[in-house]
Design a protein around this ligand. Structure first.
Ligand code: HEC
Ligand code: HEC
Length: 120
């Protein structure tokens, strides 16, 4: 019994360290920092053609000080909504950030638009 309790305490301790691993996820459901960073590196940053610093204070990733982080949360929710409510019922491949952005901060609006947006 004692041994069992010690194991349980150890398991709980490890679980809470893992849970603390990501501090401020409001829309993504990743549990670990590694999973989150992989998604950021492979999907989010290349889809917009930006570095981490476009959305983050790179010394403090959980911070919400950058407005593009909040916009991105809305974009993630929008993408999930499209997939859940439209694309899935049409039996198409899911929409991703790349579908619209294609490596640009602003999705191109017309043929030949480089997708850089207004410069003012
Ligand atoms: C276009 C905006 C954007 C870019 C670029 C971006 N991130 Fe993020 N990142 C976010 C958002 C939004 C969240 C929070 C998601 C949520 O609330 O579920 C986040 C969360 C994180 C977290 C979790 C922090 C915590 O503990 O709460 C880490 C770590 C992270 N990003 C790392 C990176 C790295 C490394 C890069 C560069 C490869 C990067 N991000 C690029 C928008 C971005
Ligand atoms: C259905 C198309 C679509 C999808 C999918 C989409 N976006 Fe967007 N995104 C837009 C449009 C349109 C804008 C506004 C651009 C403009 O005003 O020209 C925008 C703007 C943004 C901006 C603000 C850029 C700025 O500097 O103001 C960020 C950041 C962003 N999107 C991130 C994402 C991320 C990350 C994903 C994937 C989770 C995503 N978007 C998926 C269409 C999309």
């Amino acid at each position: 019994m004692k041994k069992f309790l010690i194991v349980m305490v150890a398991v709980t301790a490890v679980q809470s360290i893992r849970a603390q691993n990501v501090k401020n996820l409001k829309v993504l459901s990743f549990k670990t920092k590694k999973e989150t960073m992989d998604y950021m590196k492979k999907t989010i940053a290349p889809s917009l053609g930006v570095k981490c610093s476009y959305c983050h204070n790179v010394r403090d990733f959980p911070s919400d000080g950058n407005k593009y982080k909040e916009i991105t949360r809305e974009m993630i929710l929008m993408t999930e909504w499209i997939n859940k409510n439209t694309i899935k019922s049409l039996k198409y491949e899911p929409v991703t950030c790349w579908t619209c952005h294609q490596g640009n901060i602003y999705p191109p609006r017309y043929k030949g638009d480089k997708g850089e947006g207004d410069k003012d």
